[in-house]
Design a protein around this ligand. Sequence first.
Ligand code: ADP
Length: 498
Amino acid sequence: MGQSSLASRHATPFADGGPRKMLIGADWVEAVSGRRFESRNPATGDLLATLPEGDAEDIDRAVRAARAALEGPWGRFKPDERQAVLLRLADLLDRHFDELALLDTLDMGGPISRTRLGRKRMVGLLRFYAGHATALHGETIPNSVPGEVFSYTLREPVGVVGAIIPWNAPLGMSVLKAGPVLATGCTMVLKPAEDASLSPLRFAELVLEAGVPPGVVNVVTGFGRTVGAAIAAHPGIDKVAFTGSHLTGQDIVRASAGNLKRLSLELGGKSANIVFADADLDAAVPGAAMAAFANTGQVCSAGTRLFVERRIYDEFVGRVAAFGRALRVGDGLDPDTQLGPLISQRQLDRVTGYMDIGLKEGARAVSGGARLTEGALAHGHFVPPTVFADVTDGMRIAQEEIFGPVVSAIAFDDADDLARRANASMFGLGAGVWTRDVRKAHRLAPALRAGSVWINCYQLMDPAVSFGGYKMSGYGRESGAAHLHEYLNTKSVWINAT
Ligand code: ADP
């Protein structure tokens, strides 16, 4: 399908796909500076929207609105009232999901077939947090203090949360940050990524429509070095929930030291995906391929270090490469597209730069290895699924996060040394193991230093199951009951009744 017919089929959402201003308190506003920046479609280069370019002054306004909401009516919402707004928000998200999925496809390039699939997970997440809103509680703790002394704990909202999110899943990340904020009674200043702000803004409209009081959720658009840095440093923000690169995570840790903010950091990865010769290869081939290629490799837990038992190495690597070659790369608006573009020229330079590095390091490109420019692809940031073979553990393409559809395949013989090799990474977000031998899987799961270990599957997620990193992949957990605790303080109350 040609670019122009795709664009005209989706002409209405281009024009009406949600607000083009920032949300502070109850108002949709311009930046104090009056400046705006452009947001473009990564598949075509077309201008999608201009958005207010916020800065520290806007963060200051938003923090004041968030603090006022915390100390105002929202602070008096009962748990069942917070539950009710979350359930209404879940229903609204469900009703408007196609429109939001389309915004993400236009804004960050993800295929519409994939962005639409997020409905069950995202609506489910909001319902999961709604369930928890009435189930948060402290404890009564027996103490050994002489006399009649009673002690119990209260679980209180941490306060104003600064949420900084990336562009690879704009709607999903907005949901993951808003859910625990609303369940626990916190308030939030959300900063979407400058490359993909449209669905977070539209989502914020739905938050208001659901009956969440103004000021509970504020959205400030703009760049990381200004808006993001202002959130990290602002003394009125109690906690930062950040998802993004480990380098930015380190900046945030440093900038947040002024008032010792609580932090949760969901950072990058270079996740090991291990395939034994005894695996069900018909499942492992697509599993390993999509672990690395899904969302054009722009997934923090992508399985990009592919360890394959030497006996099946050539066959397996060849099959993953063939699977990648057969994936349809193109404009995400085309319902047949399986892989969209990379988000930006910067990301394109980075990914093609790593393709060159891989070749220079002596790896062999079994498939892909250079930018795609035929026909309409020339207008966007397209790269093919790329499989590097003959990779060794120390190569840069085996150690550094590429954030593109590039998998580095490494052979192994010695299963006993595998955990050490898989763990020889500064990251520790995900890991995969493919085998029919339950003993091997059972032995490896505790030995792998990663926040999620997927056995005979990859990237499975559920609202009730926590996700997060070891080592430089960050700390704190998202989804699951553990997520709520990141947004709560524990207060111990002592009553001397002697
Ligand atoms: P990427 O390099 O892939 O864009 P980042 O980690 O830089 O990943 O971006 C994730 C989010 O962090 C974005 O919203 C971005 O604007 C923001 N960001 C970037 N730099 C900073 C910074 N120094 N402080 C706070 N936030 C930042």
